[in-house]
Write a protein that binds this ligand. Structure first.
Ligand code: CTP
Length: 437
């Protein structure tokens, strides 16, 4: 993580970062009130720039009182200060939440018909847009094209969350929770003026642990928490990528803002979801713990023990069969054309050393066996890493040993720091695969 720029000062110092909070004219403007609160409580100096439409949902007095600053609502007030230029130039971050379909269109086309769009043109700092609208609008080709164009230009456009919309309908289009948008804003501030270097990328991350049902109430599972995968999704979004997160049993974690979340239960469901999303991916990171075996048969009814409590011969034999290897299938699909040639494929390996070999030796063999481009190696000898916010890994690029492809140890560090190091390595690899790209 960068140690220069506004991040180094951080939002907690007396001179916190300057944030412009643009608010579009959608019902989700009420959630921007909570976002404003989180930003100011963190020490940021926030100027709120609501559109006319936004002011019909939440009035000027609310924004002014909570930001402790006058509201900047039009280009004509205080014209002698040329507010659109001053606001844009001085900001360390511009966040727009909610960004309506209309705002996305105006931003994509460089319109300057109100103070907010004019400020977007003068800002040279990172820009974070959090769209919110009805599912049909978000899925309309015009809106998708505007979001894609803004992303290509380096604007960080979060994918909306899925769930209940204004009426009784549900689907993708909700503004992510204020805490999640706030976390994304802090991540951008921490990156300072670093360019969103995954802009224009589609990345797929799998996270969590699959569960293989034995009967209607029991399953074979593992202790993966999904935290490292979630950190990978959140950091990729902050670096400008469009993110698909395939999540297996990570129910305890809040969705990271900006990722399209697809749920998968078993290894076979996860395989289907990952391969479908990977069809236009620039990188796929398999952070999920995928069960290698599943019960040969799933019992239709709950498995019962013998009714005789003294039955010493009562035993249950489970026959397990192999699950598909999703990572190996991705490598094969890239060879066959189902996954783009440019896609960087990354595996995770939770290893323990044994009497035959150490952790890294096992990992190097696994990298060769799997045929992926990078292996993130986790030493779990003493149950380390699971559920913890910190991690220590070694990044093993395929063919490492060459001068430009070194093994790299990262941590102990927050899983987000590890995630950033993984994306750095993925970018290096993408450059090595496509030096002209
Ligand atoms: N993986 C996968 N499909 C599986 C098993 C694992 O895609 N059926 C992926 C994991 O997501 C991870 C990588 O392969 O990125 C390595 O997982 P790991 O369980 O360490 O490897 P295995 O091939 O299962 O080897 P082992 O025999 O050591 O368990």
């Amino acid at each position: 993580m960068s140690t220069s720029g506004p991040a180094a000062q951080g939002p907690r110092t007396a001179q916190g970062p300057r944030v412009v909070l643009g608010v579009g004219g959608g019902i989700a403007a009420y959630k921007a009130v909570l976002l404003l609160r989180l930003l100011t409580e963190g020490g940021a100096r926030v100027r709120v720039v609501p559109t006319d439409g936004a002011l019909r949902f939440v009035g000027e007095a609310t924004w002014a009182a909570l930001s402790g600053q006058p509201v900047a609502a039009d280009v004509w007030t205080d014209a002698h200060e040329v507010p659109h230029v001053r606001l844009g130039r001085e900001a360390d971050l511009v966040v727009v939440a909610p960004a309506t379909a209309d705002l996305l269109a105006r931003a994509a086309h460089g319109r300057a018909d109100d103070l907010l769009t004019s400020t977007l043109l003068t800002a040279r700092c990172p820009v974070l847009l959090a769209p919110a609208m009805h599912t049909e609008m978000w899925e309309h080709p015009a809106v998708r094209a505007n979001a894609a164009l803004l992303r290509e230009r380096g604007v960080v456009v979060l994918d909306p969350a899925s769930g209940r919309l204004t009426g009784a309908d549900t689907g993708p289009g909700r503004l992510p929770e204020p805490e999640a948008v706030h976390a994304a804003a802090l991540r951008l501030l921490a990156r300072g003026s670093a360019a969103p270097d995954l802009a224009g990328w589609h990345v797929v991350v799998s996270a969590g642990g699959t569960r293989e049902p034995l009967d209607p109430v029991r399953f074979l599972g593992n202790s993966s928490s999904g935290r490292q995968g979630y950190a990978l999704a959140a950091t990729a979004a902050a670096r400008g990528a469009r993110v698909t997160l395939v999540a297996a049993h990570t129910d305890a974690l809040p969705d990271p803002a900006g990722a399209r979340v697809v749920r998968a239960g078993t290894a076979r469901q996860l395989r289907e979801a990952v391969l479908a999303a990977a069809a236009d991916a620039d990188a796929v990171v398999m952070a999920a713990a995928v069960a290698d075996f599943r019960p040969a048969q799933e019992a239709q009814h709950k498995i019962k023990k013998s009714e005789d409590p003294a039955d010493a011969d009562d035993a249950l034999l489970l026959r397990l069969v192999r699950n598909p290897d999703v990572l190996a299938d991705l490598v094969a699909a890239r060879r066959a054309g189902g996954v783009p040639q440019r896609a960087v494929l990354v595996g995770f390996a939770a290893e323990t050393g044994d009497e035959r070999a150490g952790v890294l030796e096992h990992a190097r063999r696994k990298l060769a066996r799997k045929g992926c481009d990078l292996l993130v190696v986790n030493d779990v000898s003493a149950g380390r890493a699971f559920g913890s916010p910190e991690n220590t890994v070694v990044l093993l690029p395929a063919g490492s040993g060459g001068a430009d492809e070194q093994e790299e140890r990262v941590g102990p560090a927050a899983k987000e720091v590890v995630a950033d190091a993984v994306w750095d390595a993925v970018r290096r690899r993408a450059g090595a695969l496509h030096p002209a790209g």
